[in-house]
Design a protein around this ligand. Structure first.
Ligand SMILES: [Fe+2]
Length: 280
């Protein structure tokens, strides 16, 4: 009898470990429509949004990811930080993706996350991504003129581990203000979603990561824990809409679950994702 109970426990443990492995290694492609009431876009812009890889390798040369992305027709790629972990010293997992994006030939933007800011090898990483033609948008603006005649401004916020928020905020405010006057829509890249209240009413869209979907997603509740927000985070995953009352301007934010892990090494009911955004 005791042997049977032990055997059953072992089988249950094995099943749980297999389930956990699937939860952490099966990447989902999530196609999301972002509708901004402020945007002047008549034809949507298609954005491939990836984040929080934390240096993880998904199969040989990231083929699990690249095969998935092969069938996507996008205008631009954005990487919203933590592509490496603070302890990463092997950049190859990111380099496979950089090679792939370079071959696809679409504009590719990057902003820093807290882990790039905490990694002593970050200057080397910065050089590497530039070698692959990626534009770092930390406290910078890039206006993309699409073939269909529309223009989209991307503004990036440097992570506070690189430049303090007090220093970044007035720079980014100014860039957003310029962008709002010049282009059909403005997209802010901010690794940490908790900055949304500071930029609501100043940009049409925010793209963010950092939360890892709350690591463990509970039915009817959502994410369990996220860095910076602690237990039951507000900005865990998905689409958030807020309106700044003074100018009645709405801002829509998408927070991706990202792909890797860091301090908490597991995900449950929360698969890694590649987000394919259609922004109107
Ligand atoms: Fe992060």
């Amino acid at each position: 009898m005791r042997k049977t109970v032990l055997l059953l426990r072992m089988i249950l443990l094995m099943m749980f470990l297999v389930f956990l492995s699937i939860n952490n290694n099966y990447v989902s492609l999530n196609e999301v429509e972002i509708r901004s009431t402020q945007s002047n876009l008549e034809i949507p812009v298609k954005v491939l949004h990836i984040s929080d890889l934390h240096g993880k390798l998904f199969s040989t040369k990231q083929r699990k990811l690249t095969l998935m992305m092969d069938r996507l027709d996008y205008d631009v790629v954005v990487m919203t930080g933590d592509m490496i972990d603070k302890k990463t010293d092997d950049f190859m997992p990111v380099e496979f993706l950089l090679q792939y994006f370079q071959e696809r030939g679409k504009p590719t933007f990057f902003i820093t996350g807290n882990h790039e800011g905490a990694n002593p090898l970050y200057p080397e990483f910065q050089n590497l991504i530039e070698e692959y033609g990626v534009t770092t948008l930390d406290n910078q603006k890039y206006t993309l003129n699409l073939e269909n005649g529309q223009s989209v401004s991307f503004v990036g916020l440097s992570d506070p581990n690189i430049v303090s928020f007090q220093e970044s905020q007035p720079i980014v405010d100014e860039l957003l203000s310029e962008a709002g006057e010049q282009t059909d829509t403005t997209i802010l890249l901010s690794h940490r979603p908790t900055f949304m209240p500071h930029f609501t009413g100043k940009t049409d869209v925010i793209l963010s990561g950092h939360s890892h979907g709350g690591q463990i997603r509970l039915p009817f509740i959502g994410g369990l824990i996220s860095p910076g927000e602690g237990w039951f985070p507000k900005y865990d995953y998905g689409v958030f809409e807020e309106t700044f009352v003074e100018n009645n301007r709405q801002t829509v934010m998408y927070v991706t679950k990202g792909m890797g892990n860091s301090i908490i090494p597991i995900r449950l009911f929360n698969s890694p994702e590649v987000a394919f955004l259609t922004i109107y």
